[in-house]
Design a protein around this ligand. Structure first.
Ligand code: NAD
Length: 433
């Protein structure tokens, strides 16, 4: 169990105040640490300094409480990092043209490195390929500080398992993997993370910890691809894939339930497995076939959704061109406002390219205003409420993200033709993926 940190309070620098860094910073403040929330995005820092939040799982009240505790300083000013005890790196690790882009991690390591002192602890949390902590981050910290990693200061890797929108498993009660480049680093990393979470899971080295995170996400990615491909073929064979999946899920051992959907999104599944396959290709010259196959299947799902939608409209003698289509949910995940890499965005773009008049309803993303124009290829957004009038007015409705805020029974009742990509609706006008 987490112990109160009274007397062991540290100065903690969290680089990156996004979906991962902000909850971590808030938790560190909650248990009694002094936290600098450093981010290069001025707009984000202004929002935090004003006591607001852009991360669905972090309530503005939590940010306000952190600010008024006097132990949380959101900033873009590097000099505030001076004298930190523990530095945590939570910056993006995207792909650029299919290749890992570690420029943010490099930049963050340089920034922190200038403030590393003997005894400091630096923990990388960003998802990345095995080897990053010791081959990239530690040398940069050494260069900037003039000190020896593992001897003068500690370096480790601890992947984040945060699951946005999950009310059961939080940062605190989800076991957290910890590692260090040597035994003393592991011990220092573990000691700090133990102040934040109920249970830490030490692993042998940083590469094993880095691989753990990629294994977890690749496992999910591959299994989602399996049921997606199954859904496509079951439909062609005239078999209800959902009935089979539900029945299989009753097996108490040896089966784990995954459900088909419109494709994968967010900053994990579409990206992380490719970090692993890139490393395998670069270091071993081999193709990680499971990852390539899963990418291929999952990447084609938005196209498949549009094909099914076109077939559905066709049955009512309508073309996609000129039809009014209501897309329910643009966020990649239920009950979150995160529309990064979301299949819903691709579905909207494909439909618009085919001439459909597309409306989008997403109570979570609508709050984020500026995203709307980007979603609509730069043309004015048509964000609407998912009310009975909008449902009735649409030639077709496609449920992409099954937010609990949607009245699904009403959608099934009033929709003229509804394509349900989540297996949540029933009714004479409803067709499931
Ligand atoms: N979102 C998730 O559910 C999730 C879960 C587990 C792991 N991860 C991983 O965690 C990492 C961070 O993801 P995220 O979702 O929090 O990203 P995010 O984009 O929400 O936040 C990252 C923040 O880092 C800031 N930043 C970029 N460069 C910086 C720098 N040099 N110094 C300081 N700040 C900088 C950005 O401005 C941004 O605010 C990624 O590697 C991601 O794969 C994400």
């Amino acid at each position: 169990m987490t112990e109160p940190v009274a007397g062991r309070s540290k100065k903690v620098a969290v680089l990156g105040q996004g979906y991962v860094g902000l909850p971590l910073a808030m938790r560190a403040v909650e248990v009694g640490h002094h936290v600098v929330g450093f981010d290069t995005d001025e707009a984000r820092i202004k929002t935090l300094a004003a006591g607001e939040s852009y991360v669905t799982d972090v309530h503005p009240g939590v940010v306000r409480a952190a600010l008024s505790s006097g132990r949380y300083v959101p900033t873009t000013d590097e000099s505030v990092l001076q004298g930190f005890d523990v530095g945590v790196i939570d910056v993006p690790t995207p792909l650029r043209d299919g290749v890992p882009d570690l420029s943010h991690v490099e930049q963050a390591a340089r920034t922190l490195g200038g403030h590393v002192r003997p005894g400091s602890v630096v923990i990388l949390e960003s998802t990345t390929y095995p080897g990053t902590t010791e081959e990239l981050v530690a040398p940069l910290l050494e260069t900037e500080s003039g000190l020896r990693a593992g001897t003068d200061f500690h370096v480790g890797y601890s992947p984040e398992r945060i699951d946005p929108g999950n009310a059961t498993w939080s940062l605190v009660n989800t076991p957290k993997v910890v590692s260090g480049m040597n035994a003393s680093s592991l011990s220092a990393v573990r000691q700090f993370i133990d102040t934040l979470v109920d249970e830490t899971v030490p692993v042998a080295g940083t590469r094993e910890a880095e691989l753990t995170k990629l294994l977890e996400n690749t496992f999910r990615h591959v299994n989602v691809a399996l049921v997606n491909e199954l859904a496509v073929y079951a439909n062609d064979l005239g078999i209800d894939v959902w009935a089979a999946l539900n029945a299989a899920a009753t097996k108490p051992f040896g089966f784990m339930s995954f459900t088909p959907g419109p494709g994968v999104g967010g900053h994990c599944l579409p990206i992380d497995p490719s970090y692993l396959s890139w490393r395998v290709r670069r270091s071993l010259g081999r193709t990680f076939r499971f990852v390539e196959l899963a990418n291929d299947v999952n990447d084609h799902m938005p196209e498949y959704v549009v094909k099914r939608l076109a077939e559905g409209l066709n049955r009512t003698s309508k073309a996609v061109n000129g039809s009014r289509v209501l897309v329910l949910g643009i966020a990649y995940k239920r009950n979150t406002g995160d529309a990064r890499e979301s299949p819903g965005r691709i579905i909207v773009q494909l439909l618009r390219r085919s001439g459909a008049v597309v409306k989008v309803a997403d109570p979570h993303v609508a709050e984020l205003g500026s995203l709307a124009d980007e979603l609509m290829d730069g043309t004015p957004a048509s964000l609407v409420d998912a009310n009975p009038d909008e449902i009735k007015a649409a030639d077709a409705v496609v449920l992409v993200t099954d937010h609990t805020a949607f009245d699904l029974a009403m959608v099934a009742e009033h929709g003229r033709y509804v394509l349900d990509t989540r297996g949540r609706l029933h009714g004479p006008n409803v067709e499931r993926l």
